[in-house]
Design a protein around this ligand. Sequence first.
Ligand SMILES: NC(=O)c1ccc[n+]([C@@H]2O[C@H](COP(=O)([O-])OP(=O)(O)OC[C@H]3O[C@@H](n4cnc5c(N)ncnc54)[C@H](OP(=O)(O)O)[C@@H]3O)[C@@H](O)[C@H]2O)c1
Length: 280
Amino acid sequence: MRQIQFNGQKTSIIGMGTWRIGESDEKKDSEIDTIRYGLDHGINVIDTAEMYGEGASEKLVGEATKYYDRTKYQLISKFYPYHATPELIKNSLHNSLKRLQTDYLDVYLLHWRGDTPLEETISGLEEVKKAGYIKEWGVSNFDIDDLKELISLPNGDNCKVNQNLYNIESRGVEYNVLPWQKEHNISFMGYSPFGSDKNSYLHPKQIIKELADQKNITVFQLLLAWAIRNNNVLSIPKTSSVEHLKSNLKAVDVSFTNDELELLDRFYPAPIHAVPLDTI
Ligand SMILES: NC(=O)c1ccc[n+]([C@@H]2O[C@H](COP(=O)([O-])OP(=O)(O)OC[C@H]3O[C@@H](n4cnc5c(N)ncnc54)[C@H](OP(=O)(O)O)[C@@H]3O)[C@@H](O)[C@H]2O)c1
């Protein structure tokens, strides 16, 4: 499995997203099998959130991982922006840990920016870090101005991760967020490489289908391989199917020629100035 330096550790270049899992009895076995298959085949990052199914995703992840060595994978969860005060962070974290059947998170993320002053959120996160309930903390859906503001605050430069939308149709972070985070040693996670459920946020153009056919891969494999092409993004595709996961794992070994990348750039241009970031 290709590795990336993420949150100070060598980590698989793809993690497992878990939005919309744990919500259906019918899919439960397949979802558990999929997470276990991923862990058994070199994926060592799982991304979840208290928001996903209002705890159902964390519960499923807890069940899937309960017999695994906790030190062998990074578990990331997120809290709602309206739970971002020190007291509410403690409460949310306690509930997440319980559902996940673990006693710590590797990274705890503010899911998106809300009304609570960032100073308060940082101080709550530092408290639970000191107490050993989380190893590190980070943010999600922060643009360059949010990030700059964050690190200017007391202990703000302890932020280790920012997680944003990143796929071939949403490339805004390439302009300033990715280079800035690299410079400041803040790991980047890219979510929704396929544009989320049913490609709702990414509408593959004909060229993607044509190039995928030429390369003898699927559209999904092309999209995932593209997101991780530069080895600077930890992408977290979600799937509840072992078959799909096998296909996604194969995508990790797909590479592109410069001509292929230039062709894709023509249809999906890289940003040449700062743009408002897409989010889901
Ligand atoms: N921080 C944030 O605000 C934020 C926002 C959105 C997402 N996220 C995180 O990022 C993760 C990924 O994003 P996402 O769930 O929105 O969408 P995604 O990973 O872009 O797409 C998931 C969809 O692709 C399908 N799929 C996966 N592999 C496939 C394959 N090989 N062939 C065919 N279909 C395939 C899945 O269906 P099957 O399950 O049937 O395979 C599902 O419908 C989330 O689960 C979550 O952890 C974070």
